[in-house]
Design a binder for this molecule. Structure first.
Ligand code: NDP
Length: 702
């Protein structure tokens, strides 16, 4: 038995009097620090004294809040278990089918957060101590009982009583087993997506078997599936909600391998005729679609705002119109697509044909749903491909509207199709042999998974992935412009922008002035109802994402960064049901801090001080990411010298985050492969055919 596991404090934590906000914040901070400690030095190394040191408080203060080490760890594991529980409840609230309820439990327990190295290692410490510490055992029992009860309840309407109980136990065991194996293999054996896909396939197969059992003997598997679907067993749905209010916007059936196969067959049938049109004819349809998008800007912007939680002042100005610009641009380029003529002397010449790839897939992220759908489909279609597009599960709505608009503009049926679903739908697209290319916008981990899956059928791949980009402000910069750039590069779309310049390096001689002007403008920003045209900061996409962002803020504080503004969830008035976080600025940051190293994808800016050019370039490049970078300076030669030295695919001098369709966009290093936008995208949606044409006789030695 571990020395630290007894005796227990007599006071029950549940019966404690309500705590004040400051106390809650301190408790939350100590819990985060303890998770860090468990992740780094394990259970035995995490003593009260060590945790106090990390949190920069006295051991007495930790003891004041938690009593002893066991009580502190119990609080930590209650927090971790509560997070899963909240996630489960959130998902259960959003689903209406029994099958969806089962999926809710799987998805919440195997969410990406649970595969995060830090949380995962803390959980492992917990599992290791459960048998020895009474309080931990209780947390574990409650957690397990709840999972089983949710599963049994959901399965009870789908299967006979005995079978539903046994399947619930199997699912619970698999959830824990898959997670544990992944954790013990240091996350090499499975990630969140593959773990969820495995459980999903298992549950589907068991439910179909169960439904088949009820069929007359000799029924075909197809009939069993139909029966299962009729009972709601095989039908998975996803629910789109408004992140600002929690309002349910739509429930959508998820497409699986069957639907993907049907979509690919339809696309393959439609694509050759589309490719045989002249570029001018294809371009005309795209330009017509651009006009329709513009004409429906108000209506589509509102839909995008409801689906994403972004302020209407952004979606009206950017999301729909930038999609229209993209369709117009590639509509214009389509007529000019050409190969080249190659002079091979008097006896021959050569030429190249720029041909479409065939059927291609687009897989989108949730931050710019309509824009991403346009950025992928417009060049693909201009080049004569057919595209099957999967929007992110959290934002499924506007891609469907784009499909309707393209059809209205004259696009033949089957040339652009939208499929809906989770990661396994994306995987089914990537795996399908009839698809010649995948273009993904998403996280680095997803990019690696897509690249690995695409290898089996040697698909072309474009990857637009994450970043942690530097924005450098030199001492001679126009300071107000630099502040404006930093605001655009951190707080637009509540910070949910891949190219954000979240590492703001400011020369030490102007840092105080920079921070002063920055704070004045951040404090004036309006957080509120995204549909209110005056609102500048809307909601984050989901509760999970909110927790991730708040977790980083807590880590920033725990690691010693100085919080200048923001740093909390906003729940006042009508915002209580949404996922709002105040724009947050940390000062006195160091390069090693998690908030400086990792992509947060929320409204969190880190200000870092530097002294000279060589130093700042080195520090800016000291990251595995390489999506974007910005430089503010009035020294012309320095601007170009520094940009040339920065390892980033998309750069700005004296501006930040403007992405005109004419300029290629994309990353280097772990931020991606290939480019979107500009003429460069044409290279990624076509293949060259080289043709040698003889003008004389064929000489042969035979
Ligand atoms: P994810 O990587 O989680 O998801 C992206 C898309 O991929 C979703 O449609 C997702 O489905 C799908 N998907 C997930 N796993 C797989 C898989 N194994 N195979 C195929 N498809 C899969 O990204 P987010 O949606 O969370 O978006 C945020 C990320 O996107 C950030 O890292 C951000 O930096 C990056 N991004 C990059 C941009 C760029 O241009 N470089 C622009 C915008 C965002 P589902 O949603 O159903 O899980």
């Amino acid at each position: 038995m571990n020395r630290q596991s007894s005796p227990r404090r007599p006071v029950s934590r549940e019966s404690a009097a309500p705590r004040g906000e400051a106390e809650e914040a301190r408790r939350a901070q100590l819990i985060e620090v303890t998770i860090d400690s468990l992740a780094e030095v394990g259970y035995v190394g995490s003593t009260l004294a060590q945790i106090a040191r990390r949190a920069d408080v006295s051991p007495g203060l930790v003891a004041h809040y938690f009593g002893d080490k066991d009580a502190l760890l119990e609080a930590v594991f209650r927090t971790l278990a509560r997070r899963i529980d909240e996630r489960v409840r959130e998902r259960l609230r959003l689903t209406r089918t029994p099958r969806g309820r089962v999926q809710a439990v799987i998805d919440a327990n195997l969410a990406p957060e649970e595969f995060d190295r830090r949380t995962g290692t803390a959980w492992l410490a917990f599992w290791g101590q459960v048998l020895h510490v009474e309080g931990l055992k209780r947390v574990q029992t409650v957690y397990q009982r709840r999972m089983l009860s949710n599963l049994r309840h959901a399965l009870a309407t789908l299967l006979p009583a005995e079978e539903s109980r046994s399947l619930a136990s199997m699912i619970a065991a698999m959830i824990d087993g898959v997670w544990l194996r992944a954790a013990l293999s240091q996350w090499r054996e499975a990630d969140s997506e593959s773990a969820r896909a495995m459980l999903t396939a298992f549950v589907d197969s068991r439910l179909i078997q169960g439904a088949g059992g009820a069929e007359p003997r000799g029924a075909t598997p197809g009939t069993a599936l139909a029966a299962a679907q009729a009972r709601g067993a095989g039908v998975r749905t996803l629910i789109s909600t408004n992140p600002a209010t929690g309002e349910v916007l739509a429930e959508i059936e998820v497409d699986g391998p069957r639907e993907i196969a049907a979509a690919v067959a339809q696309a393959r049938a439609a694509q050759p005729a589309w490719a045989r049109l002249t570029g001018a004819e294809r371009g005309r349809i795209l330009r017509r679609a651009a006009e329709l998008l513009r004409a429906r800007n108000a209506e589509l912007a509102e839909l995008e705002t409801r689906d994403t939680g972004k302020p209407i002042q952004e979606t009206r100005a950017v999301d729909v119109l930038s999609g229209a610009d993209c369709l117009e641009y590639y509509g214009g380029l389509a007529a000019g697509l050409a190969g080249e003529h190659v002079d091979l002397g008097p006896q021959a010449f050569g030429y190249t044909r720029r041909e479409p790839l065939g059927v291609v897939a687009g897989i989108g992220a949730w931050n710019y749903p309509l824009q991403i759908a346009c950025w992928k489909s417009a060049p693909a279609l201009a080049c004569g491909n057919a595209m099957i597009f999967k929007p992110a599960e959290l934002t499924p709505l506007t891609a469907v509207r784009l499909g309707e608009i393209l059809r209205e503009a004259g696009l033949p049926p089957g040339v652009f199709q939208v499929v809906q679903g989770f990661a396994d739908t994306g995987r089914a697209l990537t795996a399908h042999p009839g698809i010649r290319k995948v273009s993904l916008t998403g996280e680095v981990g997803t990019g690696k998974a897509v690249l690995a899956d695409a290898a089996a059928t040697l698909k072309h791949v474009t990857l637009e992935l994450g970043g942690k980009s530097p924005l450098i402000v030199f001492e001679d910069a126009h300071l107000d412009n630099a502040v404006a750039g930093a605001l655009l590069g951190n707080f637009y779309s509540a910070g949910e922008v891949c190219s954000n310049g979240t590492r703001v390096f400011v020369h030490r001689s102007v840092k105080d002035a920079f921070v002063q002007r920055l704070l004045a403008r951040v404090r004036a920003m309006r957080i509120g109802d995204p549909l209110d045209p005056a609102t500048q900061v809307g909601a984050l996409i989901s509760r999970e994402h909110l927790e991730k962002v708040l977790g980083y803020i807590a880590r920033g504080k725990a690691e010693g960064a100085r919080l200048l503004v923001g740093g909390e969830r906003v729940t006042s008035g009508d915002l209580a049901n949404g996922w709002f976080v105040a724009p947050t600025v940390f000062d006195e940051c160091h390069d090693g801090m998690a908030i400086v190293r990792e992509e947060i994808f929320g409204p969190v800016m880190s200000v870092l001080e530097f002294a000279d050019e060589r130093e700042v370039v080195e520090r800016a490049n000291a990251t595995d990411f390489g999506l974007a970078a910005g430089v503010f300076t009035n020294d012309l030669t320095r601007a170009h010298r520094v940009i040339a030295a920065l390892e980033a695919g998309t750069c700005w001098i004296n501006h930040y985050n403007v992405t005109p369709i004419e300029l290629p966009f994309g990353g280097v290093k772990l931020s991606g492969l290939g480019r979107e936008n500009g003429r460069a995208a044409i290279e990624h949606y076509t293949q060259l055919k080289s043709v040698y044409v003889a003008m004389g006789d064929v000489e042969s030695p035979y």
